[in-house]
Design a protein around this ligand. Sequence first.
Ligand code: PBG
Ligand code: ZN
Length: 326
Amino acid sequence: MEHLQFRRNRRLRNSNTLRSMVRETTLQKEDFIYPIFVVEGKNVKNEVTSMPGVFQFSLDRLESELEEVTSLGIPSVIFFGVPQQKDSVGSGAYDNHGIVQEAIRLTKKHFPQLVVIADTCLCEYTDHGHCGVVSGEKVLNDPSLDLLARTAVSQAQAGADIIAPSNMMDGFVIAIRHALDEAGFHDIPIMSYAVKYASAYYGPFRDAADSTPQFGDRKTYQMDPANRIEAMREAESDVLEGADFLIIKPALSYLDIIRDVKNSFPMPIVAYNVSGEYAMVKAASQNGWVDEKSVVLETLTSMKRAGADIIMTYHAKDAARWLEEK
Ligand code: PBG
Ligand code: ZN
């Protein structure tokens, strides 16, 4: 005869206090990195249509945003630059007085304790919108590495605390590590976008950063969403090349990948809760179809449960406020 067992798993859920004692995952404001879009020009604070609550800031309007971020106890921001001029080689990315370099200088001057991360890529600065230099319709790998390395060094010179290269060219971590070391920045960590999928969830970001590819797509450098084993190869390459943190991007549809990478590499793992994930939650909550606060906190908790140590999220300010209320 079959031996069946009756278990009372509900015992541990009997009170709020007990539930909090057995809770396996906690979310805290220290987990967050807040993404900020900086634009050239004066007196600009433009809401991104597809990302309610997220703005592009000109430098003269940036300080009050940073004031809010720091007063909420969020430890870190990552800057994305939107330049006025673009060209075929993305000169604005490695201009010592480029928009991100100036944003970093300003931030470190007024908020020296804030950990400033520079996104290192070319797509916001190239007129064709690709993350590297192109020849015809081909995105070239090795010639892009030099430009990325120059970008990283100029960001470090401006005062960036962490370099976060996102362009998915092969060898970008080692190229940047060598360039940083040569320039004397041995102590600047690399937070690598190690596992980055060619995702439709980046749509709203490309509106915000004006970085939509003008031809083709990013599938020759970003990963196929169907692939799991390949994520291990990508993560391993970046570890061997000297990455200090590994980013998985997007997050919500890739929780399995976050767990795989966490189990295989003894590194701080970062989940990027991307623009499309933010936009979906915002749209549904503005319609009254879901409760924003509960959905956001549940979603961010799931990323930590999956294995993320740190979360880059546009919800950071709201989430920090909600966590404070509890
Ligand atoms: C490209 C880059 C992307 C994002 C940040 N940097 C993706 C892309 O356009 O391919 C997306 C972030 C988001 O969607 O929030 N270097
Ligand atoms: Zn890019």
